[in-house]
Design a protein around this ligand. Structure first.
Ligand SMILES: [Mg+2]
Length: 198
């Protein structure tokens, strides 16, 4: 059985919702979650390059990451799958500086998983190549199913890696042109309905 690929931010962890508070506190900006239209948060939050750098470093701080809430029902679904013998691979595009804290977050919430990989999904700066693997190397891996919120990664996984993709509906992916290997889901409840096994 091939493992299931599960993205971390906005798939397992309700990450972006917590950014609203930070934005108001640090930058005095009021943004509604419903207004986050772009995956590029610099665009959605209307930040300058310098403001965004500061913001992005900040949301990768351990005390911020450890406070992210899990997405509703996500961990329960992973528990059900692992009890049936399926393997879970956590695949994140977070900055590599957040490696230990991300592992600590998974432990804090007792997330069942078999492997954890940092992948340079979005060609970000400040990525330690000894920790994160390239997208090209990642594409050699095999999975039964990918669960993502990024339209770019959904397309990459379905086209280049030939994996069926469950795309969690988020405001920033609603306009994306998808293909027939990608199916949209509103929540983990709906994912489990379609995939009692991954
Ligand atoms: Mg994500």
């Amino acid at each position: 059985m091939l493992p299931v690929y599960v993205d971390l931010d906005d798939v397992l962890s309700d990450t972006t919702k917590s950014f609203i508070k930070i934005l108001e506190c640090e930058f005095g900006k009021k943004v509604n979650f419903e207004d986050i239209f772009s995956f590029d948060l610099k665009v959605s939050f209307n930040l300058t390059e310098i403001e965004f750098e500061h913001f992005f470093q900040m949301v990768h701080q351990p005390d911020v990451i450890l406070e992210f809430a899990p997405m509703e029902r996500a961990i329960g679904v992973l528990e059900e799958w692992t009890e049936l013998g399926y393997e879970v691979s956590i695949v994140t595009g977070r900055l590599t500086a957040a490696y230990e804290t991300s592992i600590a977050w998974l432990a804090k919430h007792n997330v069942p998983y078999h492997s954890f990989a940092m992948v340079d999904k979005f060609s970000r700066k400040n990525i330690d190549r000894d920790i994160a693997i390239s997208l090209e190397d990642f594409s050699e891996l095999k999975f039964s199913l990918a669960i993502e919120d990024s339209a770019k990664m959904a397309l990459y996984s379905s086209q280049k890696m030939c994996i069926p993709v469950a795309l969690i509906n988020r405001l920033w992916n609603r306009m994306a042109n998808l293909n027939n290997k990608i199916k949209r889901f509103r929540s983990w409840y709906d994912i489990l309905n379609d995939f009692p096994t991954p």
